[in-house]
Design a protein around this ligand. Sequence first.
Ligand code: HEM
Length: 457
Amino acid sequence: MGADRDARLFDPRLRADVPGPHGIPVVNNIRFWSRQLDYSRTRLAQYGDRPVVGVTGGNGSMVVVRGSEAARQVLTDNTTFEHPSNSMLGLPPGRPYSTLFDATATLNGARNVRSRKLLMPVMHRSALKEYDEVFAENFARSRFARPGEPFDLVAELDRLTNANMLTCLIGLGPQDAPLGERVTRLLHLTMDPRVFLFKRGQRTPYGRWLELVASVHQELSELIDRNRDKPPKVDALSILCHATDEDGRLMSTAEIVGELNGMLASGYLTTSASMGWALIALAGSSSVREAARGSDEYLEAVIKETQRVIPTVPMSLPRRVVSTVDIGGTDVPAGALLFLATYLEHHNADVFDRPDEFRPERWADARPTPFEFFPFGAGARRCLGAAFADLQMRTTLRQILQTGVPELLTARLKHHMVGGVVAAPKGPLLIRIAPGAAARDSSDVLTRFWNSLAVSS
Ligand code: HEM
């Protein structure tokens, strides 16, 4: 049933008694999907007092829920609100690569619980301790460790977080970086609804996407075959290669391929973008930078504040409504694709005083609930890599501040949506690690940028 419903990403014929912007549902849905942060900021924010808002008024094909009560309802009921299956991708059945996208983030029910359990040791506190050394080695190889010369912050953070993830979580080396990049390219295409408008042909966007699916699948399968007989280690590849079910059966290569693809797709661009925003906040303002150099607590507040002001995943992952459900008095029809408005909730003036201002100091006494501040989601499907990402951000940013003084050399900051999910700094974005204490202050550049993100209601 769920799979039939998901054969299409959304059904523009679904009606719902919800407020929302005017327009043609298909057009609005595609606009929303590709520019989630701006669309929610400029077109959805004004309906903040309503629990459910349509991406188009009166239409139920894509809806956004508002307020912490609605967020709690969605995030704690994984039976009514499922992650959409992969059938909308139209992968031909029975091929080796047909299950490439079956992974923790796309599975539901018992299969999701099982794969979360399997991956847990990779993220466990005892494993995290081992990762400090890897972070230090990769940092020493990066341009952040060479004070003086300007470089592109975005490209360098992508490289660094890709290397950290490949080594720590998957057990691969720097020579495997192109694999991470290919999976990311595949993710971008997979999140682009235009690829799936016409699901046939070889020279179409869909045909080219399918070719990439097959080649990533092949590459990951070969990697698994090479690792099956190696002794167990604490990385996802090794854990998955040796994991057995209740009957003592090893996981199939297809299952492991899906999980690896999922981790590569969800792990490093999110971390790179989050770290990028925090580094921009540090490099742009001398007072923020100096306070963070002197206090780990303040550095953590800077990370949290950037996650609040510009959450890297500005809308939650989508949920499919399995059966018609009442949210705060509004009926949301079965089949609707539903999102939480993370970005708008983080700018809610009832929870955060002067929400559009960037003020790390607020975290000295701000205590939002998990349904008011949720950069990693909340509940049983909270991000599996949150602790790993947090540790990596704290460690790397501290290393940068110890190496020199990060200095922003760009006069204009912009965000863009990467892969339809991640709000990342738009590169190239020049930065320099100044060796001495003196570095320019770009507070005006930063303030302009924070203002450009203000919620218009
Ligand atoms: C700062 C970096 C990161 C951010 C901001 C982030 C954010 C998120 C968000 C918002 C969700 C969806 C929550 C929902 O809609 O319910 C999610 C899910 C997920 N994330 Fe992350 N993530 C980050 C890093 C990572 C890393 C490093 C990994 C490790 C590979 C990872 C693996 C996952 C997985 C497997 C899921 C799906 C969980 C499930 O559905 O059960 N993430 N993440």
